[in-house]
Design a protein around this ligand. Structure first.
Ligand code: NCD
Ligand code: ZN
Length: 337
């Protein structure tokens, strides 16, 4: 097969930032995807309907053309059920994002105690507003490579039991435990999967030296986990769908004594997924993962139109728009036509 055409895909997890960085990165996402779930971890975070509407307008201006940003509310300890419901009813917020406080970039305002969120979660369950979860505990006693598995054990199981009708997306899964949990969970639970967690294991962080551009959160794990996440992605299960977690930071912020977490994969995200599905002999399942499972879970229409990926030897530049892209300096086997 020399090329593959699929229904226009969506990105169910992306960081588009703001200001000059937004102008730089938004066109890359808009070139590949019809819609994207936009993460609210700006500084300050997007917690109000008015801030989300204004941010949506800035994204539309930066992305241009035919791209629909789907906005999310950043949940804090004092998240208001009424504000959530209002933003959802007005069509501003598609979902809300739970960051455990200090789990990742710009999450200092995140949730310190899930019980404080109970009324908000009850309302979200009642109105059918999905909860998107950064699934890592922040307990410094827990090894960073175990934080996702421990979150599932300590937090997520209980959340699913207590809110049986709440739609929950476990974002950017990285472990065999997460893949198994989601596969076994009720149909209300789904997961997004990034390109980097399909391509990299933790050796990539230390290949010949410290590799800041392979550093993201949740951090890449052992090979057995990469294989389990790959198997989930290509399984055809409607619970697993595309979410790039493209998270650009300046080169200076990445290559520093305390470098930021995040991988900028927007320029070649679809190609990167296509490589994986190709290697797994599952190109026929790429369309479900990229274009169908996500909208069905969110209850949104499938996109019209198609995109075509062609087999080609493509050298990814070391820098794209002044940033270091995923696969930078390497050759990949696919190109978006
Ligand atoms: C994200 C960012 O930089 O905003 N970083 C990352 O490594 N994925 C935050 C996040 O999604 O955890
Ligand atoms: Zn993210």
């Amino acid at each position: 097969m020399q090329s593959i055409s699929i229904r226009r895909p969506d990105d169910w997890h992306v960081h588009l930032r703001d200001g000059a960085m937004l102008d730089t990165v938004a066109p890359f996402t808009a070139r590949q995807f019809a819609r994207a779930i936009v993460m609210p971890n700006l500084s300050p975070p997007v917690t109000s309907v008015v801030a989300a509407s204004a941010y949506r307008e800035r994204i539309v201006a930066a992305a241009g053309g035919d791209f629909t940003p789907l906005m999310t509310c950043y949940l804090t300890d004092d998240a208001s059920a009424d504000e959530l419901a209002r933003g959802h009813a007005e069509g501003v917020w598609v979902a809300a994002k739970l960051y455990p406080a200090n789990a990742t970039t710009n999450s200092a305002h995140g949730v310190t105690d899930l019980r404080k969120l109970w009324p908000a979660l009850e309302r979200m369950q009642a109105i059918g507003m999905p909860l998107l979860v950064h699934g890592e505990v922040t307990d410094p006693e827990v090894d960073i490579f175990d934080r996702e598995a421990v979150f599932i054990e300590r937090v997520l199981g209980g959340l699913v039991r207590n809110f049986p009708a709440l739609k929950i997306v476990l974002e950017h899964i990285t472990t065999a435990e997460a893949a198994q949990f989601v596969a076994d969970a009720p149909v209300t639970v789904a997961a997004t999967i990034t390109p980097q967690h399909l391509h990299l294991n933790r050796n990539a962080l230390f290949a010949g030296g410290l590799r800041p551009h392979a550093y993201c959160l949740p951090v890449v794990k052992r090979e057995k986990h990469r294989l389990a996440v790959r198997a989930a992605a290509v399984s055809g299960s409607a619970k697993f769908f595309l979410g790039t977690d493209s998270a650009p930071h300046s080169v200076e912020a990445k290559e520093a004594s305390c470098g930021c977490a995040g991988i900028f994969n927007a320029p070649n995200a679809l190609e990167s997924y296509a490589m994986v599905f190709d290697e797994e002999g599952a190109l026929d399942r790429l369309e479900g993962f990229a274009s169908e499972h996500g909208p069905r879970f969110y209850g949104l229409p499938l996109n019209e139109g198609q995109v075509t990926l062609e087999r080609a030897e493509v050298s990814v530049p070391e820098r794209v728009a002044g940033l270091v892209p995923f696969h930078g300096g390497a050759t990949i086997g696919w190109r978006l036509a």
